[in-house]
Design a binder for this molecule. Structure first.
Ligand code: NAD
Length: 260
C-alpha cells in the first residue's frame, strides 16, 4: 500500500495509460479521481475500481476548459479534503506532415497537451499549497519529449514543452514540498496508438506491420511495445518517492528506444 489514502487526480483516465494508472493506484490504497471528457465514461471506470474494492470517483473535465478544471479540482477537495497527486495524462495524437498541418490542428494539440497541463497544475498546486500537505505532479511526456519523429510536429513540440513546465514546477513547488516529474513512455498499445498505425501506413505508403516493426519499435533493444503496466509502475514509484531528491526529472520507459 504505497499510496494509502493519497488523493490522486488522473486526467484522461477513462482509457489507456491513465486508466491503468488509476487501477494500480487504487490497488496501492489511493483514492483516485477519473477525470475525463465524458462524465459517463469517467464514472464507468470509477465504478469498475470501486467494484474491485478500491476508492474512486468520476469527474467530467475537459483539460482545456479553465472553469471545468477549477470546478473539478474543487469538487475533489470538497469530497476528499485535498489533492496529493496529479497525473497530467490526457492527450491525443494528430498525424500530419508539417506542410499540410492546419493552424487549427496545431493549436488543438498544444491546447490539450500544454494548456491542459498548465490548468490542471495550477488548480492542483493551489489545493496542495492550501492544505499544506505538499504533493507530487507527474506529466505524461513521451520519448517524443526527447526525440523527434516525422509527422508529429505539434506532439513533439508539446511533449518537449512538458519537460520545461515540470522543471519550473519543481523549482516553484519546492518550498511547499511539491515535486514534479515527467514519465516518457515509448509506444504503448492503446486506442491512441491503434488509431495511428493505419494513418502512418497510409501517409508513409507502407504496410501496418512495417509501421510497427520499422517505425514504432525499430530503435528499441528488443522490438517490444512498452505496456500500460510498465508506465503505471513508474507512476507509483514517482508518486511514492519520499523526498525532493527526485524532482524536475524525466524518466524514460521505452525498451531502450531513448537512452538518457
Ligand atoms: P488514449 O487515447 O487511450 O487515452 C486518452 C484519454 O484522454 C481518453 O480517455 C480521452 O477521452 C482523454 N482526453 C482526450 N482529450 C481530453 C481532454 N481535452 N480533456 C480530458 N481528457 C481528454 O491514449 P493513451 O495512449 O493512454 O495516452 C495517454 C497519454 O500518454 C497521452 O498524453 C499520450 O500522449 C501519452 N503517451 C502515449 C503513448 C502511447 O504509445 N500510447 C506513448 C507516450 C505517451
Amino acid at each position: 500500500m504505497l499510496l494509502k489514502d493519497k488523493v490522486a487526480i488522473i486526467t484522461g483516465a477513462a482509457s489507456g495509460i491513465g486508466r491503468e494508472i488509476a487501477i494500480e493506484y487504487a490497488r496501492q490504497g489511493a483514492k483516485v479521481v477519473i477525470a475525463d471528457l465524458v462524465l459517463a465514461a469517467a464514472q464507468a471506470t470509477a465504478a469498475e475500481i470501486v467494484q474491485s474494492g478500491g476508492l474512486a470517483m468520476g469527474v467530467a473535465m475537459n483539460v482545456v476548459d479553465e472553469a471545468q478544471v477549477d470546478q473539478g479540482v474543487a469538487e475533489v477537495v470538497a469530497a476528499w479534503g485535498g489533492v496529493d497527486i496529479l497525473i497530467s495524462n490526457a492527450g491525443i495524437q494528430i498525424i500530419s506532415p508539417l506542410v499540410e498541418l492546419s493552424l487549427d490542428n496545431w493549436k488543438k494539440m498544444l491546447a490539450i497537451h500544454l494548456d491542459g497541463a498548465f490548468l490542471t497544475t495550477r488548480a492542483c498546486m493551489r489545493a496542495m499549497i492550501q492544505s499544506g500537505r505538499g504533493g507530487s505532479i507527474i506529466y505524461m511526456g513521451s520519448v517524443h519529449s526527447h526525440e523527434a519523429s516525422p509527422l508529429k510536429a505539434p506532439y513533439v513540440a508539446a511533449k518537449h514543452g512538458l519537460i520545461g513546465l515540470a522543471k519550473v514546477v519543481a523549482k516553484e513547488g519546492a518550498k511547499d514540498n511539491i515535486r514534479s516529474n515527467v514519465i516518457c513512455p515509448g509506444f504503448v498499445r492503446t486506442p491512441l496508438v491503434d488509431k495511428q498505425i493505419p494513418e502512418q501506413a497510409k501517409t508513409l505508403g507502407i504496410s501496418e506491420a512495417e509501421v510497427i516493426k520499422n517505425v514504432m519499435l525499430k530503435e528499441t533493444v528488443d522490438g517490444e511495445f512498452t505496456t500500460v503496466q510498465d508506465v503505471a509502475q513508474t507512476a507509483i514509484f514517482l508518486a511514492s518517492f519520499s523526498s525532493n531528491a527526485l524532482t524536475g526529472q524525466s524518466i524514460t520507459v521505452s525498451h531502450g528506444w531513448h537512452m538518457q
